[in-house]
Design a protein around this ligand. Structure first.
Ligand code: ADP
Length: 263
């Protein structure tokens, strides 16, 4: 109570035309932020108006991956997000002094997300991507409360304890009645010079997550695509030049562009 009234979240209004995807994973390091930023860049290259909210408090790697070096600016009571390429970006890291790690608690995260969604001037967006922290915790529930029509995109590797991850994500989706947009498998194989594929992290994780999710939510959940291991993707992420733009014909970029088109 007290303080300024909370602003309405435009994406939560009935009839909002913005598709909202919450990108989730069971654990860190599976490429969730790489997938989020490349999907955003690929969709923007296809002419869509795209925004990204980096809510991954443990990494906040999204601005670096998209090559954002500005901070948000404030005009009256509106926050203007920096733009990288054509993608508008807000990151929790932009509000942490010196990018120091902070112990964020559930309510703080909820409030931060509420501000990112309500106080930031996004304009009309076709797509909003939310990069969630790994694990299916409080923030996934917050997303569901703040934007009930947000759909969940699950990123996994071929190796993960698939059923376990899927059950947790599935039970959250069931609780929050959110649609699962699909599963993306990353680091699926390495293409060798002779054209053969080396499955470094094993095989089948993405399909098995999709199958167990289908069972737990009682509706078909698709494996939307498989992204190979690709040095170009890692280099693009490190230099702020998403691989879908900087090396569009590299194996990971081809896979990511295909997934972006299908969403
Ligand atoms: P998460 O967001 O799940 O923690 P990141 O997107 O930060 O994962 O990826 C972790 C690391 O793995 C990064 O250095 C990233 O560049 C690298 N990486 C992710 N996907 C691939 C891939 N398909 N090929 C090569 N490197 C990858």
């Amino acid at each position: 109570r007290g303080g300024a009234p909370e602003k309405e979240i435009p994406f939560a209004k009935p009839g909002s035309l913005t598709r909202v995807y919450a990108v989730a994973s069971g654990k860190g390091g599976v490429g969730k932020s790489s997938v989020t930023t490349n999907l955003a860049a690929a969709m923007a290259a296809n002419g869509l108006r795209v925004g990204v909210v980096d809510a991954d408090i443990y990494g906040f790697s999204v601005p670096r991956m998209l090559g954002v070096d500005q901070l948000p600016t404030q005009v009256d009571d509106m926050i203007l997000p920096p733009v990288a390429g054509d993608v508008k970006v807000i990151s929790i890291g932009m509000f942490v002094p010196g990018n120091q790690p902070v112990v964020w608690r559930g309510p703080m995260l909820h409030r931060a997300l509420q501000q990112f969604l309500g106080d930031v001037f996004w304009g009309d967006l076709d797509v909003l991507l939310l990069d969630l922290p790994p694990g299916t915790g409080d923030i996934a529930i917050s997303v569901a409360q703040l934007i009930p029509n947000a759909e969940i995109l699950v990123v996994t590797t071929p190796q993960q304890a698939a059923a376990e991850v899927a059950e947790r994500a599935g039970s959250i989706a069931l609780q929050t009645k959110q649609r699962i947009a699909g599963v993306i498998e990353n680091m699926s194989w390495l293409e060798l010079p002779d054209g053969s594929r080396q499955e470094i992290f094993g095989a089948g994780g993405g399909q098995s997550v999709a199958d167990s999710l289908s069972r737990s939510v009682g509706a078909k959940v698709e494996l939307l695509g498989q992204i190979p291991l690709d040095t170009a993707l890692r280099e693009g992420a490190d230099t702020g030049a998403p691989v879908v733009l900087s090396r569009p014909d590299s194996p990971a970029a081809v896979a990511l562009r295909g997934i972006a088109k299908g969403l």
